[in-house]
Design a binder for this molecule. Structure first.
Ligand SMILES: *Cc1c(COP(=O)(O)O)cnc(C)c1O
Length: 489
């Protein structure tokens, strides 16, 4: 399978690259990103054959359909990392919450958020490729709180890869911050930045395209890669669990194979939703993909009106911070798939220059044939957490945003899969507040409060964070990021 560029080729970059090239060097012509030249076509038979197979076998089937240039033994080692998830047979359990609403829990990996689903195997693949080529890579990650811990965890002590992780100071939960600042390995550096996530991400993007910075890396014989969801290596591992959750529905006799379902995805950079979209294009019977947002509802407006508009927007801090995003990177891959490279290039250029673009009516109709969207305020989210807990299910504030879309976006009756992206332990003050109205407590007190109210235990790896030594203490202004990174290298 060859990979090509969302904004077309500039005559300098190679016209096609392999999977391994696309994941080692994910930036492409005109600031675009890589996409598969065509999507492999699977069918109901493929789904049926995997009904009595485990997750890893399904994953191998999907990866094989993409014909990626990764050795089978590396794939095996990468997928073996799912064995360390809570249930070694099933990394992503599906739980019935209402008659027609099932939750796919994607947070059973080491850092308790859905980023592990892709980053665990991805990290293994990337470092194996780097070792085989005898090259050194730098991963620069800007995180709103979950990518950082998951990236550090997967690359910790791996050869030929260094990770620098930037997080917005004050923009993460205590648990997320502790997961990062207690990571102790020579190839990892964690930097707190004054500002919000968009500031941090923008500063990072400027650095990635800076000639001077790249020349300095060159001198040190270090190449740049990326671990965010612009890297297709993330996406490929994210479309697998959408097939898996559908198969789980069939296994639990909630649907028959071939029935259409709604996929309800809490969205930020749109990697999770893009995985759902690709799964649907490849074979999955899907009525609509529901895009859930919080008050940062640029995606809701886009899907409902075709207008992607950043002109008057500033990030609003919410209780679901992993979705506090305005420039949603993977929308670009949707634009490419629906409208082609030329149109994608002109829309993305307009977004860069004028801070908005508007789809025409035909384009909007194509977009709406696949997606519906709604957003959920913090107050509504709190109510969903509370009322759902009253029926016996505990969920985090990101997952809660999906319950609004479930209520407002479905045109038909149909089973809905809500994707749960974080464990309750990662956003405990918000959840504790929803359950018992306590306010202003720290994470550790909130964790204890939830544990008491729900009669569950705080997982040991979360508890341990509070007594671990903080080793990563750097806190800087965004102007100093480049200097700090070069000093580390
Ligand atoms: C990353 C993240 C999201 C957003 O996922 P995208 O793939 O970026 O849309 C939602 N919820 C949580 C908890 C996350 O960590």
């Amino acid at each position: 399978m060859k990979f090509i560029e969302t904004r077309g080729n500039d005559g300098q970059s190679p016209e096609h690259v392999s999977f391994s090239e696309a994941i080692l060097s994910p930036m492409s012509s005109y600031g675009g990103i890589y996409v598969p030249e065509t999507l492999p076509q699977l069918d109901n038979d493929f789904l049926e054959q995997h009904l009595d197979q485990d997750y890893k076998t399904l994953a191998k089937g999907v990866l094989a359909a993409f014909e990626i240039d990764i050795d089978a033994d590396i794939i095996d080692e990468a997928l073996a990392l799912y064995d360390a998830f809570d249930d070694n047979k099933n990394p992503a359990p599906l739980v019935k919450v209402k008659q027609d609403l099932y939750v796919s829990e994607l947070y059973h990996g080491p850092t308790r958020a859905f980023k592990d689903m892709a980053l665990q195997p991805f990290g293994r693949v990337l470092s194996s490729l780097a070792q085989a080529k005898n090259e050194n890579y730098l991963i620069l990650a800007a995180t709103s709180g979950d990518t950082g811990p998951a990236a550090l965890e997967t690359f910790k002590n791996r050869d030929n890869v260094k990770v620098v992780c930037l997080y917005p100071n004050g923009g993460t939960s205590d648990v997320q911050r502790l997961q990062m600042v207690t990571e102790d390995a020579d190839n990892l550096k964690v930097i707190g930045v004054h500002g919000d996530f968009d500031d941090t991400q923008t500063a990072l993007k400027a650095l990635l395209s800076s000639k001077r910075f790249n020349a300095k890396l060159n001198e040190k014989n270090i190449k740049l890669s990326a671990a965010n969801s612009v890297n297709f290596g993330r996406i490929i591992f994210q479309l697998i669990y959408h097939l898996h959750s559908y198969l789980e529905l069939v296994r639990q006799s909630a649907i028959k194979l071939g029935d259409k379902v709604y996929l309800d995805v809490p969205s930020g950079n749109f990697g999770n939703a893009l995985g759902a979209y690709y799964a649907m294009q490849m074979c999955l019977p899907v009525e609509k993909i529901l895009i859930a947002s919080n008050k940062n509802n640029v995606l809701t407006q886009f899907i409902n009106t075709g207008l992607y508009d950043l002109r008057t927007l500033a990030v609003i801090p919410t209780t679901s911070p992993a979705m506090d995003i305005l420039k949603s990177s993977n929308i670009e891959r949707i634009l490419y798939d629906l409208f082609g490279a030329q149109r994608t290039k002109s829309l993305m250029l307009q977004l860069d220059q004028e801070q908005y673009y508007q789809l025409n009516n035909d384009e909007l109709a194509q977009l709406q044939a696949v997606f519906s969207a709604d957003f959920c305020s913090d107050e509504e989210g709190k109510d969903y957490i509370q009322s759902t807990f009253a029926t016996g299910y505990l969920m985090d504030p990101h997952t809660a945003t999906c319950f609004k879309a479930y209520e407002t976006c479905r045109e038909k009756k149909g089973v809905t899969i809500v994707y749960s992206t974080a464990e309750w332990t990662k956003f405990s003050p918000v959840i504790a507040n929803a359950l018992t109205n306590i306010k202003g407590v720290s994470d550790i007190d909130a964790l204890q409060s939830i544990a008491n109210t729900a009669n569950i235990e705080i997982p040991s790896q979360i508890n341990a964070l509070f007594s671990k030594k903080v080793v990563q203490t750097t806190l800087i202004d965004k102007a100093d990021i480049e200097k700090e990174i070069l000093a580390f290298l």
